[in-house]
Design a protein around this ligand. Structure first.
Ligand SMILES: [Zn+2]
Length: 337
């Protein structure tokens, strides 16, 4: 018998057709591929291909970054650095503000007699993370840095607001102080070059008519009749009338507890209710009322008490002149009333 392999097709080595040896029949039989096998083989092949592709992409992605990704990473890094820098700068601003607040409390508010602002008030309304809870929920990366920065800005805003309010208050106080200074008697009631006109000081003096010791509630300046008399501070004329004691006299109410009186005028040229400025002429020297010679009797009244007018001549005198006038005011002991 001729062996079976002699029946093999001549092109068996190259053909894709497969054969197998069947020992039962002792022949080579052609392998019949079932459609299911084809499907299975194809599925395995595809699965492997997909897995390989994924692995490859992952490895590639880890090793090689896309240009866009590189740019984004760099930008992120830069932003982070900027955030850190911003945070440091905010801390500097906080420190500067702290200094301003200290100066405000310890210098300005002290000078202008305003109570200091408590730290709790300055910081009130700031702090606490509640406001930014949502940011945390959103899973924000670097959330501590970002929330910390936002909170710092909030606190700064609040503290600056309190500070600006404090400055407003001080500005008002300065304005009032300027007004107060303008309303404080500060000059002599008449021109007194050479300081020759002061004839009688404040305090216990010999009365010119009764010749007995009597309290003299003002200062007398002797001057020729008709010499102009000036308001010694800004204010409003309270009285401008004749009275047996003071004769023709003017009383000015300056506010802030101050009043001034000018007595024995020959006449006055203001009337009650009129506003006057420091240095404005309100009348003229005379000898009306209880007087022995032409002079102006000048009084300063502070909160209802007579005070020595000599302490209110500081504006138009040099230090030496002021000393001299103090000396004169103590030496002269007979009033002209
Ligand atoms: Zn007098």
């Amino acid at each position: 018998m001729q062996p079976d392999f002699l029946n093999l097709p001549k092109n068996c080595g190259m053909a894709k057709v497969k054969y197998f040896y069947n020992p039962e029949t002792c022949t080579y039989e052609r392998v019949r591929v079932k459609p299911l096998d084809i499907v299975l083989n194809l599925s395995v092949f595809l699965t492997l291909a997909v897995v390989l592709a994924i692995v490859f992409t992952m490895v590639y992605g880890r090793i090689y970054k896309s240009e866009q990704e590189i740019t984004l990473r760099e930008e992120n890094q830069q932003l982070l650095e900027h955030y850190n820098l911003l945070n440091r700068e905010l801390t500097d601003v906080q420190n500067i503000l702290e200094e301003i607040q200290k100066r405000d409390n310890n210098v300005y508010r002290v000078i202008f007699e305003a109570p200091p602002i408590a730290t709790s008030v300055r910081k009130a309304g700031s702090g606490g993370t509640n406001k930014y809870k949502d940011w945390l929920k959103k899973g924000l990366k670097k959330e501590k840095l970002i929330i910390n920065t936002a909170e710092k800005i909030d606190e700064l805003k609040r503290r600056m607001y309190v500070q600006s309010k404090s400055y407003d208050e001080i500005a008002q106080l300065v304005k009032n102080k300027t007004q107060m200074l303008a309303c404080m008697p500060a000059i002599q009631p008449l021109s007194n070059k050479g300081l020759t006109r002061l004839t009688s000081g404040f305090g216990l003096r010999v009365h010119p008519i009764y010749k007995v010791g009597q309290f003299h509630p003002g200062i007398d300046f002797a001057a020729p009749q008709g010499t102009p008399i000036y308001a010694t501070a800004d204010g409003q004329v309270h009285k401008a009338e004749y009275e047996s004691g003071y004769g023709n006299h003017v009383i000015i109410d300056h506010g802030y507890g101050y009043k001034t009186l000018y007595g024995h005028m020959v006449n006055h040229n203001v009337k009650a209710g009129q506003k006057v400025k420091r240095g404005e002429c309100i009348g003229f020297v005379g000898s009306t009322g209880f007087s022995t010679a032409p002079h102006v009797h000048y009084e300063v009244i502070y909160k209802g008490e007579h005070v020595n007018p000599v302490y209110f001549f500081f504006k138009d005198l040099t230090a030496e002149e002021y000393e001299k006038i103090l000396e004169l005011a103590n030496k002269e002991n007979q009033s002209l009333s």
